[in-house]
Design a protein around this ligand. Structure first.
Ligand SMILES: Nc1ncnc2c1ncn2[C@@H]1O[C@H](COP(=O)(O)OP(=O)(O)OP(=O)(O)O)[C@@H](O)[C@H]1O
Length: 243
């Protein structure tokens, strides 16, 4: 569903990505982890059209979107949830969600919103509340919900867990698992919280200085001593429950 091949990108004279290859089929969640500055956010920006790749290829549902502007990539079926959790603070939760569906036929909006509220039930009682008064976790739910209102096939998220309590991280990641399993979305998740990412991901890619250093299933990578030490703090196993 999302296919990225030999992607090179950067900023002005700074070359950040040196040939990234990723594939995310429908109904699959790929987590990208890596040190600060490895280029994780840059991958998402280059995929979603916020920056223009210098070379490589990106397709969404078989359509080439390489180098297209973000609106065009969104129209091809990709929703990007950036890391800064930006809601429109003075607009209500309902209006924030509606803005995500502005390109959709109005007859679908009610159904789309119901699906978002089913996924994040705590937003239901807060529909009339200004989004700026929500907790950080609730704002993250609004931003993800806004992305979903466009009816995407591919969802890319940049560090949705930052600054959230473990219980909220679990709630948000459970919602991502449902979107993958029930709606069949292809999900590309950039995460600092490697332990949480390992628990939800089907596959994990580890980035290092603009390249994919290694990738595999969480079980495979958890068996790699370097990955355990650098990203999982040691002692991680699939049955670990503590963040
Ligand atoms: N707008 C920008 N202009 C110039 N350089 C940038 C810009 N954004 C990021 N960079 C640089 O690109 C490199 C990769 O940054 P990026 O944000 O992709 O890394 P990251 O892996 O997401 O890091 P983090 O985990 O800290 O968010 C860094 O060296 C960063 O300083």
């Amino acid at each position: 569903m999302l296919h990225v091949e030999s992607l090179h990108a950067g900023y002005d004279n700074l070359r950040v990505l040196h040939g990234i290859d990723l594939d995310v089929p429908a109904g699959d969640l790929l987590a990208v982890i890596g040190a600060n500055g490895a280029g994780k956010t840059t991958v998402l920006r280059a995929v979603s059209g916020l920056i223009r790749p210098s070379s490589g290829r990106v397709t969404v549902d078989g359509r080439a979107v390489t180098g297209l502007r973000a609106e065009k990539v969104a129209a091809a079926g990709l929703a990007h949830v950036p890391e800064n959790r930006l809601v429109f603070p003075s607009l209500t939760v309902a209006d924030n969600l509606a803005l995500g569906g502005w390109t959709r036929r109005s007859s679908r909006l009610t159904d789309d919103r119901d699906r978002v509220l089913d996924l994040f039930p705590r937003l239901r009682s807060r529909l009339a509340q200004p989004a700026g008064t929500l907790s950080g976790g609730e704002q993250q739910m609004v931003v993800i919900g806004r992305g979903l209102m466009a009816g995407p096939k591919v969802l890319v998220l940049d560090e949705p867990s930052v600054g959230l309590a473990p219980r909220l991280v679990a709630e948000i990641f459970a919602a991502l698992a449902r979107l993958r399993d029930e709606a069949g979305l292809a999900i590309l998740l950039v995460e600092q919280n490697a332990r949480a990412a390992f628990r939800v991901a089907d596959r994990v890619a580890v980035m290092d200085r603009g390249r994919i250093a290694t990738k595999g299933t969480p079980a495979e990578l958890a068996g790699d001593d370097r990955v355990q030490r650098a990203y999982l703090g040691g002692g991680y196993s699939e049955s670990s429950t503590v963040d």
